[in-house]
Design a protein around this ligand. Structure first.
Ligand code: G6P
Length: 369
């Protein structure tokens, strides 16, 4: 097994670095850059179905559910279809309002998570169309779906999911463009620009990975923290949840995530010298809002680490540490902003000498309820 890790100490680190390749593979064969067209043939999405869909219910667990939260933004924005995101263990028992014009879209790395499969069964019983975005070929979720997108992440071994998070983000972006196009809500010009932006992704991820030594340095300084609050807004709000989940899964540090605008309704009471804040604040439409939230955290004595866009000259003055990310078209920014957070969680856990690939109490796939 050691040999398979190559130059890396842990599978998780190797898998973080594999994202340049997995995202290149995600685009291969699906994106026609010349004509600005997306092909997802295994989804079995006909123009008739695209026009008929009234709602999409995304259902998933864990990291996959965080990808689904980003998917809600993408599909609502680009295809104007109402999207709900539901944790599968909730969806399955809630008697959800689902009919023949609903798509139940499951996201699952393994395609074998018991709650996610049960949520799909619930959708089936109510007559919905079932789609799945799955990594494991031939898995149960793939078999019972009416259509699927196969993630091109390759086998993922680390229990903390990384490359099987960014692959579905790009899949959901492609799906949103396709739906928007088939429903006639995306102009040809917008579609071509959105498709062209995809070409940037592998290189942008690679540039984030080049900054690993800087993230390691911050991890060294913060390795003994006991609590941390992750804040994000808009399309990067789910990245706060995913960043916090990565840290708690493998480092056992208490990490909480909040939509930044909710800070004033409670969590701000927690902020003091011992409660650092990790703010995801790239140059997206919520940037100014994030700045004011960071100012409020600083005013209460908290130390702030920000994920910031290269060239930003305001955040370095306000913050104690910066994780730099390259400028990215904002609808794709979650693919990029999550990379330093994966590296940060990884290095904190590795510095603490923990079993990064096999964290206590966790399983790679949860096939019982
Ligand atoms: C487990 C894993 C997580 C994963 C979740 C959903 O809890 O530890 O990393 O996100 O299951 O798994 P799935 O295979 O359905 O994506």
């Amino acid at each position: 097994v050691a040999a398979e890790k190559g130059e890396y100490r842990h599978f998780m680190q190797k898998e973080i670095h594999e994202q340049v390749r997995s995202l290149t593979d995600t685009l291969a064969g699906r994106v026609d850059f010349d004509d600005g067209i997306i092909h997802l043939p295994q989804l079995n999405l006909t123009p008739e179905l695209a026009r008929r869909i009234k709602r999409i219910c995304i259902t998933a667990c864990g990291t996959a559910a965080h990808a689904g939260m980003v998917g809600k933004y993408l599909i609502e924005r680009l295809a104007r279809i109402p999207v709900e995101v539901d944790i599968a263990s909730e969806f399955r028992y809630r008697d959800p309002i689902v009919d023949e014009d609903t798509v139940v879209l499951a996201i699952s790395q393994s395609g074998e998570t018991a709650d996610t499969l049960a949520a799909m069964d619930e959708g089936r019983r109510k007559g919905a169309t079932l789609w799945a975005i799955v990594n494991v070929i031939g898995s149960q979720a793939m078999r019972i779906a009416d259509g699927y997108i196969a993630m091109q992440a390759g086998p993922e071994i680390g229990v903390a999911s990384t490359k099987a998070f960014t692959a579905p983000l790009v899949d959901l972006y492609m799906l949103a463009i396709l739906l928007g196009d088939l429903r006639g809500v995306l102009s040809q010009r917008d579609r071509k620009r959105l498709v062209a932006d995809l070409r940037l992704i592998p290189d942008l991820v690679s540039r984030c990975l080049d900054r690993e030594p800087e993230v390691l340095q911050v991890a060294r300084e913060l390795r003994y923290i006991r609590n941390i609050l992750y804040l994000g807004r808009g399309i990067n709000m789910p990245i706060a949840y995913e960043g916090a989940l990565k840290l708690k899964e493998i480092s056992y540090i208490h990490a909480e995530a909040y939509p930044a605008g909710e800070m004033k309704h409670g969590p701000i009471a927690l902020i003091d010298r011992d409660m650092p804040v990790l703010a995801i604040a790239p140059k997206d439409p919520w940037y100014e809002k994030m700045i004011s939230q960071i100012e409020q955290a600083k005013a209460r004595g908290g130390s702030v680490i920000a994920v910031a866009t290269e060239g930003d000259d305001r955040l370095p003055e306000l913050c104690d540490h910066i994780f730099w990310v390259p400028e990215t078209p904002w609808l794709l920014s979650p693919v990029i902003t999550v990379i330093p957070l994966q590296l940060f969680a990884y290095h904190i856990a590795a510095l603490r000498g923990l079993d990064v690939d096999q964290p206590r109490n966790l399983a790679k796939s949860v096939t019982v309820e």
